[in-house]
Design a protein around this ligand. Sequence first.
Ligand code: DCC
Length: 157
Amino acid sequence: MSKQAFQDYYPEELSHCYGCGSNNADGHQLKSYWLDEKQGETIARFTPKAYHTAIPGFVYGGLIASLIDCHGTGSAAAAAYQAQGRVIGSAPALRFVTGALNVNFLAPTPMGVELILRGKITEVKERKVIVEITLSADDVVCVSGSVIAVKMPATMG
Ligand SMILES: CCCCCCCCCCCC(=O)SCCNC(=O)CCNC(=O)[C@H](O)C(C)(C)COP(=O)(O)OP(=O)(O)OC[C@H]1O[C@@H](n2cnc3c(N)ncnc32)[C@H](O)[C@@H]1OP(=O)(O)O
């Protein structure tokens, strides 16, 4: 697993995202990495706090959606660099935002354990990357989802 997270390569001015921005002290600051770059597999870990509760003992679904969202867009940026044979973070920056987010809550997600997000890059086009994601707790897949990430429009950055 690489040591630096995909999000560590985001430019300072684009590091304010509530889900993954390192400049957002109130956000989740999610960090995503290659698990197996050749296979297009990525990983992120997150341990919810007590205030992320839905029903006592179980994680709030909105938090889970946010984690899937940011693991997807981060993985998309890394995949786009990979597809172009470029070093991640090199200029010009490849920036992706969420076009579509799908989340399927398969089983209740328990509090008190580290959640593991695994991403699989399934499509890479010039303006679009699709990432399929699972979220597991204690080796049980509780959530599956997908992100259609699209190159950030100039109006956003
Ligand atoms: C260094 C890193 C920094 C990275 C910076 C870090 C930021 C962290 C991001 C965190 C995630 C967020 O919350 S981002 C915030 C939430 N998202 C947004 O606000 C985005 C708002 N929406 C938009 O600006 C726009 O609708 C876009 C950019 C998503 C799409 O613009 P567009 O002009 O329609 O795109 P277009 O070129 O036509 O489409 C390209 C391809 O994407 C597909 N596509 C487009 N939209 C969708 C959609 N909703 N659902 C399915 N597919 C879609 C098209 O079919 C096409 O596929 P094909 O025909 O080629 O197959």
